[in-house]
Design a protein around this ligand. Sequence first.
Ligand code: SF4
Length: 489
Amino acid sequence: MSPPTPDDAAAGAAETTRLGATLRDATLLDAVWDAHTVRELPNGDTQLFIGLHLIHEVTSAQAFSMLRDMGLRVRHPERTFATVDHIIPTDSHRRPFADELAEAMMTELERNCREHGVHFFDPTRGEQGIVHVIGPELGLTQPGMTIACGDSHTSTHGAFGAVAFGIGTSQVRDVLATQCLSIARPKVRRIEIGGRLQPGVYAKDVILHVIQRLGVKGGIGFAYEYAGAVIEAMTLEERMTVCNMSIEGGARCGYVNPDETTFAYLRGRERAPQGAAFERAVAWWRSIASGPKASYADRVSFDGSAIPPTITFGIHPGQSVGIGARIPRPDDVPADERASLEEALAYMGLRPGAPIEGTPIDVAFIGSCTNGRLSDLREAARVAAKGRVARGVKALVVPGSQAVARAAEAEGLPEVFRAAGFEWREAGCSMCLAMNPDKLVGREMCASSSNRNFKGRQGSPAGRTLLMSPVMVAAAALNGRVTDARELL
Ligand code: SF4
């Protein structure tokens, strides 16, 4: 199947000229939104054209079934791409899956893709991976696009300067049927991270810090535009980690303005524009970046130099502390946060006022759409090479895609992890959500590079999650307790 064009609603030199004159004062969000607006609806929403629709096995089955009931077909199969990620076992991708429900979901996805002419990134062809990992690595995700997927962490794709958000099952149906969504335009909050990160501090620490400071509901009604020296210095993979967790801060989406780092990442990718089309696309991509006179509904800034390695201690991603800090006491927090903190401490079994460093763990999980990319695995392997997984700790490394796995294998990373006592698995979401057999057991405590620490998130109703960067997970695996990875790096 031929690659989709870059988002045709907006691409091309003519568009660049027409829009370029007016876009200098607009945010990227507004520029992309306006370029994709079909019409304003009477309820105030926008009928928004969706340039790229990514689907997976969990939220698409019911949507396809509704489509079938209505006698409709997928409107733009060439803009729709499917993968299997949540339910796929990671010990082996061999069919049929032992879990009959997982096998049925996989079979249903294959059937729907076949019937509607949608490209399925098939594990047997080495194309499979987490939906938010494969879109970018294939070059499907491009600046200036509108991207939707029936998964909360679609915000990941904003790292390229796309407007990308998660949608529910009935909206998946709507996009399949019409390639459009009815949706409210968010306001834009610019979040500037200035200064320079200290060694051993990663993108994961940055976004955990932002969510800790702005709150898990602080972003409601907003798109987060990330900027500043720290963001500009980040690789695309690091920007994806930041944008991925925008939704955990309550934002509708998060994005970074496209720049030379973005263009260099995309050049030559399989499904990115090629040759002269790429140069035309770059001209458009440059033109949609927020202009110097763009106005924002809100602006906040943080000093990146002051961000420590950050770990969650509670039951939402905003409950976190720096590695050198103590777990807060109920008296330390504002009155309206006290009940939530007490609930978190009771669930997690952590002592208020105790240092987070040294908290014992049972499981270590490196993977997910937040931190399952090659650079994450490389950094974690640097730590894994320093020792052996502590006795009694189960440690898993799960690449975000089969392409990531191949690249890691070419660098010898699985051998490093295996020598240290980690299990090297096949690609999938795995223990991030535990819709496959990779689950916590009982009250196990998991050091995890994923993005959610809600009660029961990792498969056991009583399981406990400590979110942190991949290097911190690797360090915790070696020591059997939360550890400052900088001591090992
Ligand atoms: S890795 Fe986790 S957050 Fe990401 S798509 Fe899979 S289940 Fe969702």
